[in-house]
Design a protein. Structure first.
Length: 420
């Protein structure tokens, strides 16, 4: 029997890792948010199928969700905490409930196939994709036998995404809550009703229907124009400031693998390779200090293998960018996460060996040491300014021959301007 399907909430909480050490202080009150009626899309012609595709969260394992009470008098028994197992269960419930709420509001549903050997859904059926960033989840539950009384609260940020144009057409936030009142329910139903509330409050926003009903753009991704201030590198050079430079370099995980990236703006914009993010719209970014941040892919150019990702603001100083080429023989340094996050912040030194053309693109060649997982990391000059982005390596007997995208080429493909 699966944990989420357990009819006994107490057992469900223990199995999924919700149950923790006893609370010593009264938990904060849970916000009660009225559930609004979604704006009906029924009767609207030409609406695309909307598929729920992404679930990420800023909650960390061990984060307190609320108290767990039990017995006839609801005595304090412990605490409810976020865990990886709970994340899987909540994801599953979001996936099923959000689809039901979209269909109930009148949005077209994906075809339900009846052929035995036909896949359940086709990739091209969804005209738009819906993703959610779960920011807050709060619970207060009193369990007695197989049922519970209490309340649940969600706060979420949503993104409606056009996969054909690789463009977010709407960003919106919503809250939702549910209280059992005098009628106890099982844990699964309490969770589903909370998800229904936060979803309905999203669909009650007129902007959601307007974005869904707008004509769909098609074609290759076209990046918006971005302008970032010029960053002056710290005095003393790359070797002396290696700790500061390494702090701006992160590990990027898309689910299919991991690579490197680096911040170019104090607002949370970072560069990486397109092959690092793959088809993901949202990625996990892990800083040098071990902090995990959700990242959104803002734009990319698959042909030049570059991508721009946005996270929340960070306290790290971004890296300066050099728009002119270094000279052959100049000293350079590579920073990245070779072989994954375990080796994040690896700092290696070499020289610029030459310039190469391949497939109509120009590359910097260097003997600086990189390996799998270094992709997307910066190549900096002796002053600590970025001159390239790691993209490939070649096995050469007796030495290294690695390749980097010139930073000026990457910025041009992403329509990024550096202001004086």
């Amino acid at each position: 029997m699966s944990a989420i399907g357990s009819r006994c909430l107490c057992g469900f909480l223990i199995v999924t890792g919700w149950y923790g050490a006893p609370l010593r202080a009264q938990a904060d009150p849970i916000r009660n948010v009225p559930t609004r009626t979604p704006v009906s899309a029924a009767g609207r012609t030409g609406l695309p199928v909307i598929a729920f595709k992404r679930f990420i969260t800023s909650l960390e394992p061990g984060d307190l969700l609320g108290p767990l009470e039990g017995g006839l008098f609801c005595a304090n028994r412990g605490s409810l905490r976020w865990s990886e197992k709970l994340k899987e269960d909540v994801l599953g419930k979001f996936r099923s409930q959000v689809g039901k709420e979209l269909e109930a509001a009148g949005y077209p549903a994906a075809n339900r196939h009846t052929a035995i050997f036909q896949t359940e859904t086709r990739p091209d059926e969804a005209g738009l994709e819906l993703g959610v960033l779960l920011r807050t989840m709060k619970l207060r539950l009193c369990t007695n036998g197989s049922t519970s009384k209490g309340e649940i609260y969600f706060e979420a940020t949503w993104a409606l995404f056009n996969p054909k144009a690789q463009k977010v057409v709407l960003e919106a936030s919503s809250e939702g809550s549910f209280q059992t009142g005098s009628n106890p329910l099982n844990g699964e139903d309490i969770l589903l009703k909370g998800i229904a509330s936060v979803t309905r409050n999203l669909l009650a926003d007129d902007k959601f229907l307007a974005a869904a009903a707008a004509p769909l753009e098609t074609g290759a991704a076209v990046a918006a124009a971005y302008a970032f201030p010029k960053i002056t590198p710290p005095a003393g050079g790359a070797a002396r400031n290696s700790t500061m430079l390494r702090a701006a370099v992160v590990t990027v995980e898309s689910g299919a693998g991991s690579g490197s990236g680096f911040y170019i703006s104090s607002d949370g914009y970072l560069l990486t390779n397109h092959h690092v993010i793959g088809d993901a719209k949202f990625v996990k970014v892990r800083t040098a200090t071990g902090r995990e941040l959700p990242g959104e892919v803002i734009s990319f150019d698959a042909g030049r293998d570059v991508a721009l990702v946005k996270t929340q603001k960070t306290p790290f100083d971004p890296l300066g960018l050099r728009l002119t080429d270094p000279m052959v023989g100049d000293e350079v340094f590579a920073i990245g996460s070779p072989l994954g996050d375990e080796f994040n912040g690896t700092f290696t030194r070499g020289v610029l060996s030459g310039f190469r053309d391949s497939g109509g693109n120009r590359f910097l060649q260097s003997d600086v040491s990189i390996t799998h997982g270094s992709s997307g990391g910066p190549l900096v000059d002796a002053n600590g300014t970025v001159v390239g982005i790691a993209v490939g390596l070649a096995a050469v007997r007796g030495g290294n021959m690695n390749f980097f995208i010139p930073i000026a080429d990457a910025l041009a493909r992403l329509a990024i301007e550096i202001k004086p």
